[in-house]
Design a protein around this ligand. Sequence first.
Ligand code: GDP
Ligand code: ZN
Length: 433
Amino acid sequence: MARIKNFFDQNDRRNNYKKIEKIKKEKRSERVRIVDDWIINSNNSKENLDVLLTDLYKKGFRRGRVIEVQKRNIFIAEEDKNGNPITENLWLCSVAKRHFQRAHKERNLVVVGDRILFEPNAELQFDADGQPLNTDLPRGVVQHAFARTSKITRKDPMHPAWEHVMLANIDLIAIVASVLHPEVRWGLIDRFLVQAEIEHVPAVIVLNKIDLLDDIKIASPEFIAAYKHRVEIYRKIGYEVIEICALKPKKTSENIKKLRKLFKGKLVGFAGHSGVGKSSILNLMKPEFEQIVDENPDIFYKGRHTTTYNSLLQLDIGAYAIDTPGIRSFNIQNYDPIVLSYCFPEFRPFKCRYTECSHDKEPQCAIKDALEKREISQERYRSYLGILKGLSFREGEGDSSDATMIADLKARQQKRDEELAQSEEDHSPSKKQ
Ligand code: GDP
Ligand code: ZN
């Protein structure tokens, strides 16, 4: 009896083995189905790329900049020859079916700021300028993306191994803080600057509400002295610091003009806590600003982006701005000391005894020598150590915003999961395209 049982067992095992192999094979072919032509310029030489692009343009493909992503709907502004988004030429696209597998795997396949190539839908008709006729929002299909030149990422506190890309191809990060109400947090500015350095994105520090410095009841002489000292530190390092009063623009009109000039034609990421005046600053980017003669705050809208999606705000000066919670609060931790020191530009000229110096307890540290000679500021060095040791930005004091951020993220993650489940139903490949 035992023998027979054994025999059947073996048969079972063989069947199981066959079944498993069949599943494995299916999985393999599924994997193979991921077409690897998503990034168009990843292994193309410049010449090859030009040939390829010319070919694709001939086929009717167009260049676009992703300005909003809602589930699988991708809103795109067509780009001109120089790569500037044409804000009137908007398209609604989806990712080509052959990239679905990939899109399923990489939740950051298409993010705001991405440069892509899309193919207008076949039934569209065009006018002499190549603009679609008889349609509100012409539809198309995203076929390829260009490699990102920069990206703003955040570490998902719940899944620390995941890199969550929030934004791509940002040209400038505007770090916005108010001098007072709420009081400027320099440690947070340093963190934003580190992020900008890591991504090789230029940054400008915008200090708003400088009118409050005039009020002796609000700003003590000591506060003003400390504030001015800080501003000088950043200017000496080489960062641009622009002080403005968004509420009474006439007061600082020269600096506002400077800011408008700096933003022009760029994709600007706004970083800063709420209440510092980001919306008010965006209002100053409207053409009416030139005509603001009386200081009437009524002209300012108090609109707030409450969308859970990142979305670009079109500025009339030919720029796009984005205010995203992603760069509003993030936590940098576990940086390699060498990488982190590199993100403090004023540290770069100094050579320590040990190449792997963390500038903390090592002997013959050039940074600490420079600190003593006041060539490097105490404040920035403290920020550096704080970030290195993973402290929150109020050095050692602890910060409740991490807890708030995690709660906020959890809520948003749940919402995203629900939406994903919903969109999975709406967009199952059998139903669409
Ligand atoms: P956001 O949350 O960063 O978009 O900030 P808002 O633009 O909504 O501004 C927050 C508050 O600060 C509002 O009550 C504004 O009126 C006020 N505010 C903005 N700019 C200034 C300024 O230059 N000076 C003063 N005193 N208040 C300002
Ligand atoms: Zn050192």
